[in-house]
Design a protein around this ligand. Structure first.
Ligand code: TXA
Ligand code: MG
Length: 322
């Protein structure tokens, strides 16, 4: 377990411009002092991430919004009140003092207060903002345990704070509040929940790809090719595949199937539990170095929106049919 000593060590490293991987309720982050441009640049180097992709700044409480953002709309305060600490990132106009390294040179900034005991004590002890993308190599599956971070980044990090497995399991919902509120990345906090708090419908216009790396058509992807299969086609597809196939499905493995595929993972029918387990399962199947991973498409309804988004990106497929 994470003790006060580890937190103190982490704070010391951050203050010295080092990199600390830490747990949040969504996924593990790769953190640096957000006010130190040199430290922030090390994040991009460690991840192999293009420098124009902005980072989320994690803060310890909503009162710090004004340190990082200007012209903060009332919608931001309402969402912070309703969902922070929690898996929601808000895009706001950045304060003039924020360094370009964090925002990829954009005029906006992403802010989030994570709902994780370890992340919050780290943030409170550190005092400032911690810039942190997910602690994976660029374009790969986000880590949901400390062991995943070691596998992704190993020596590139000065300290990995182990806080166990992440409870949410997929990245935060991103809502852009710099104009008409709109979702840039779906997550556990749903469009409906945000609309209910703001008493307004969200803009449904298409995301601009480079501003949110998670909006690229292939992202969150394992090395093994991932194939998205409609449930009604799964039986037919299974008849044709090689034995070097893995399956992530909602249904149990068919009795006569074990001779055909190398691994079958039956996921929870509850979208929250499915999300919690998804990246660990993708990683485990990826390690088997199979020819392909088949994903049985979850239902096309709002409860599954965030999971479907990540699965489609793992499969390198263009967004929604709808
Ligand atoms: O749950 C999460 O959000 C995790 C944990 C560690 O907090 N972080 C995370 O960070 O997923 P990252 O960098 O992997 O994804 C953040 C996304 C990126 O796609 C980035 O482009 C977008 O947020 N983003 C950050 N600042 C932005 C901004 N100012 N405007 C638009 N998009 C922004
Ligand atoms: Mg990421």
């Amino acid at each position: 377990m994470t003790d006060a000593l580890t937190i103190r060590r982490a704070v010391k490293i951050l203050k010295a411009g080092g990199l600390v991987a830490f747990p949040t309720e969504t996924v593990y982050g790769l953190g640096a002092d957000a006010s130190n441009a040199e430290a922030v640049k090390r994040i991009f180097a460690a991840k192999g991430r293009p420098v124009d992709h902005p980072l989320i700044v994690h803060i310890g409480s909503a009162t710090q919004i004004v340190v990082w953002a200007r012209d903060v709309p009332t919608t931001a305060w309402r969402l912070a009140e309703a969902f922070w600490p929690g898996p929601l990132t808000m895009i706001l106009r950045r304060a003039r003092t924020v360094c370009d390294a964090v925002t990829g040179g954009q005029d906006t900034i992403g802010l989030r207060v994570p709902a994780h005991r370890v992340a919050l004590s780290l943030l409170r002890e550190f005092g400032g903002g911690i810039a942190a993308p997910s602690a994976n190599r660029f374009g790969r599956v986000s880590p949901t345990s400390a062991a995943h971070v070691v596998a992704e980044l190993g020596d590139a990090v000065d300290l990995i704070v182990d806080g166990g497995s992440c409870s949410v399991g997929i990245e935060s919902t991103i809502v852009d509040l710099t104009g008409q509120p709109r979702i840039l990345r779906p997550g556990k906090i749903s469009r409906e929940a945000i609309e209910a708090v703001l008493s307004t419908r969200l803009d449904e216009s298409v995301m601009e790809a480079p501003r949110v790396s998670g909006a690229l058509q292939s992202h969150y992807a394992p090395h093994t090719p991932v194939r998205w299969v409609e449930p009604e086609r799964l039986d037919v597809v299974l008849d044709e595949v090689t034995t070097r196939t893995g399956v992530i499905a909602l249904r149990p493995e068919p009795r006569n199937c074990s001779s055909r595929v190398a691994a079958w993972r039956t996921m929870s029918a509850d979208p929250a539990l499915y999300a919690q387990d998804l990246y660990a399962q993708l990683r485990a199947l990826d390690e088997l170095r199979l020819d392909q991973i088949l994903i049985e498409e979850p239902p096309d309804v709002t409860e599954w929106e965030a999971v479907r988004d990540r699965l489609r990106k793992a499969a390198g497929r263009p967004p929604a049919r709808a």
